[in-house]
Ligand binder design. Structure first.
Ligand SMILES: Cc1cc2nc3c(=O)[nH]c(=O)nc-3n(C[C@H](O)[C@H](O)[C@H](O)COP(=O)(O)O)c2cc1C
Length: 368
């Protein structure tokens, strides 16, 4: 039996197998509201056979969006739009669904990726003043973010809490805090973007303070569903950046406060990063967190092969594997992986006739 197709519990949630769908921004929302695109996109992924579906980075405040077309969860309208998508999917799939809550900080106010993704200064259409721990732009030449004061921090923290409650209310089954890829919480963690001289900067303890406060507040607001955190295991900076040692310390602090899992990605904080991209390139970071803490760990990044995925969970480097580009390329990847290992997946009733002759037990006909 392939370990990839064994169940795994994350907090109160039991997953059917070890394959999860990573959050993927679609830049297709209007004023933070999901559209029909999200129903099509998330709907088709819900039928993939994966064990869990994570909704894209969802801004907790309008100025916390990456672009003007990001999904949000800061208003009744945005909540209703997401509720429509989630309840439509629910009618046809029982895949557990969670949402990644995010604030882009200094990386906000950009154009859409397929329009070049450039930073849009405030005062220009679709642009706004961004906020960050320190007034340092991501790229030289970008408009500098404004530094969050204590009132601003309280507003952001409360926005995470309010969005988590909205998510819980519309039936989402897990929350992930986006602490990776150079967005606001990561900007607090990394010494490259956090130059504050108050209690939210300086040594590691100070830089972790705001992300931990946000985690504690969200954890308390939704005590009955899993709360995980996505981190960048390293900034891939030549010097002075966030690294695995600090990531492990952060994971320990989160674990002590009831975090249900750490999703280990990397990079995104500085344009100077040098990433050794290749198959499984982030798995050593996941392994580092797993070995040091024992907390449930999700590995991600160029995991495309069935045996590759099996090796990651089989060796215990991580408990779950997440797929992003690979599952857009092959939305039935979990079906194909199950066929490869002689395992089972669930398929929607109208598709049951598609079970290939050579895999007569693929859809869980447990008569063998
Ligand atoms: C279209 C697209 C959108 C993404 N959006 C998000 C996002 O909303 N939140 C996030 O944490 N990562 C996001 N990512 C990163 C993925 O979740 C994933 O970590 C990365 O693509 C590496 O995994 P892969 O090699 O399987 O694609 C995105 C990636 C892609 C390709």
């Amino acid at each position: 039996m392939a370990k990839l197709f064994t169940p795994f519990s994350i907090g109160s949630l039991t997953l059917r197998n070890r394959i999860v769908i990573a959050p993927m921004c679609q830049y297709s929302a209007v004023d933070g509201c999901m559209t029909d695109w999200h129903l099509i996109h998330l709907g088709h992924l819900a039928l993939s056979g994966a064990a869990f579906l994570m909704i894209e980075a969802t801004a907790v405040l309008p100025e916390g969006r990456i672009s003007y077309a990001d999904v949000g969860l800061w208003s009744d309208e945005a909540e209703a739009a997401m509720a429509r998508v989630v309840s439509s999917i629910r009618r046809y799939s029982d895949i557990p669904i969670g949402v990644q809550l995010a604030h882009a900080g200094r990386k906000g106010s950009t154009d859409l990726p397929w329009k070049g993704g450039a930073h849009i200064p405030s005062g220009i259409m679709n642009g706004w003043q961004t906020w960050a721990p320190s007034p340092l732009p991501f790229s030289a030449g970008d408009q500098a973010p404004a530094a969050l004061d204590h009132q601003g921090l309280a507003r952001v923290r409360q926005a995470f809490v309010d969005a988590a409650k909205r998510a819980r209310r519309i039936g989402l089954q897990a929350i992930q805090l986006h602490g990776a890829h150079g967005y606001l919480l990561h900007q607090f963690l990394s010494p490259l973007s956090n130059r504050r001289d108050d209690q939210y900067g300086g040594a590691l303890e100070g830089r972790m303070r705001f992300p931990i406060e946000v985690f504690e507040a969200v954890r308390a607001a939704v005590p009955d569903i899993p709360v995980t955190v996505r981190v960048s295991g390293t900034d891939w900076a030549s010097q002075g950046g966030w690294d695995l040692t600090q990531t492990v310390q952060f994971a320990r602090e989160l674990q002590a406060r009831g975090c249900d899992g750490i999703h280990v990605s990397s990079g995104g904080l500085t344009p100077e990063q040098q990433i050794p991209v290749g198959p499984s390139y982030q798995v050593p970071l996941a392994r580092g967190v797993k070995q040091a803490t024992g907390i449930p760990v999700i590995a991600v990044g160029l995991i495309t092969g069935y045996e590759q995925a099996e090796a990651i969970v089989g060796t215990g480097d991580a408990d779950l594997v997440a797929l992003a580009r690979g599952i857009l390329y092959d939305p039935r990847w979990p079906w194909h992986a199950a066929a490869h290992f002689g395992a089972h997946v669930t398929a929607p009733d109208p598709y049951l006739r598609s079970q290939p002759r050579q895999y007569p037990h693929l859809f869980g006909t447990y008569d063998d």
